[in-house]
Design a protein around this ligand. Structure first.
Ligand code: PLP
Length: 283
């Protein structure tokens, strides 16, 4: 049984309970982060914490990330659960208060928790075969830059993909791709440039995206942060997604059309290796 963290204590997962009045439960009034762990070390700790801080500020949730000593909490979770490879999920809600659309008065104590999930991140068979994806309208709310727990539309779209026998969905506005259901979307143009949607309130500023852009630029790859269409992605040399759990994952088919030769691209696989090497070296 896992040991999880809840409101200042490390407890067995079966003893970790929250109030039915928690605003995370009633209004999705909560933010979260997912950290990957490789060789028992957290990857990209600082940028995940910076994004958490920003999400909390945008939602005016009163939690001081620095004072909470999350670094020690996460290290303790890794140790107590003997986590070598996997993820840590961390959530902070506005706390429990009698149900009301209006935010509760100042002084309401946020509910904070974190738990580990062991899984193979490097030896993921999908990296060998590549992902097949569908495109679907992006019907999420307009503040996708805040990492909130309102993930129902993403969940529905992943079920759509599963029902269609493919791996995931890329979300589109008009014919322009915003991002994946839980990843940032990227393509490699025939000229070898890495293209990914520019930041704004329409997409989540992915930590993996950010780190990978740095790695790509350092190795001489031209990076273009701009919108791209479904047609441009289908006609691209390569396509891939980035996320804390998938790292860099090749996309080989979009709406039934093969990308490039229909196999994981060489640039993509080189970037995947470079990202994993970087994560291991800096974790
Ligand atoms: N976009 C969305 C909508 C996500 O949910 C996620 C991760 O969960 C990402 C992008 C990738 O972000 P990161 O690289 O920080 O995991």
């Amino acid at each position: 049984m896992r040991t999880v963290y809840l409101n200042g204590a490390f407890v067995a997962e079966s003893n970790a309970t929250v109030s039915i009045f928690d605003r995370g439960l009633l209004f999705a009034d909560a933010v979260y982060e997912v950290f990957s762990v490789l060789d028992g070390q957290i990857i990209d700790h600082a940028p995940h914490m910076a994004r958490l801080k920003r999400s909390l500020a945008e939602m005016t949730i009163d939690h001081d990330v620095g004072a909470a000593d999350w670094e020690t909490v996460l290290a303790t979770l890794i140790e107590r659960n003997a986590l070598e490879e996997g993820t840590i999920y961390l959530q902070i809600s506005r706390g429990a208060a009698d149900r009301d659309f209006l935010f509760p008065p100042a002084g309401t104590v946020p509910t904070v928790f974190a738990f580990t999930q062991a899984r193979n991140l490097v030896a993921n068979p999908m990296a060998e075969r590549g992902m097949r994806i569908l495109t679907r309208p992006d019907r999420r709310w307009g503040r996708r830059d805040i990492k909130t727990v309102q993930l129902l539309y993403a969940s529905m779209m992943k079920m759509d993909a599963k029902a269609a026998g493919v791996d995931d969905v890329w979300l589109v506005e008009g014919d322009v791709i915003t991002e994946g259901t839980s990843q940032n979307a990227c393509i490699i143009t025939p000229a070898g440039h890495l293209v990914t949607r520019n930041l704004g309130d329409h997409i989540l500023p992915g930590v993996t995206r950010r780190t990978l852009i740095g790695i790509a630029q350092a190795s001489g790859v031209t990076v273009e942060e701009r919108p791209f269409t479904i047609a441009e992605a289908q006609g691209a040399a390569e396509a891939f997604v980035t996320s804390a759990t998938l790292f860099v994952m090749p996309v080989v088919q979009i709406d039934g059309l093969a990308v490039g030769d229909g196999a994981p691209g060489v640039h993509t696989m080189a970037l995947r290796k470079a990202y994993i090497d970087h994560a291991r070296a800096t974790g």
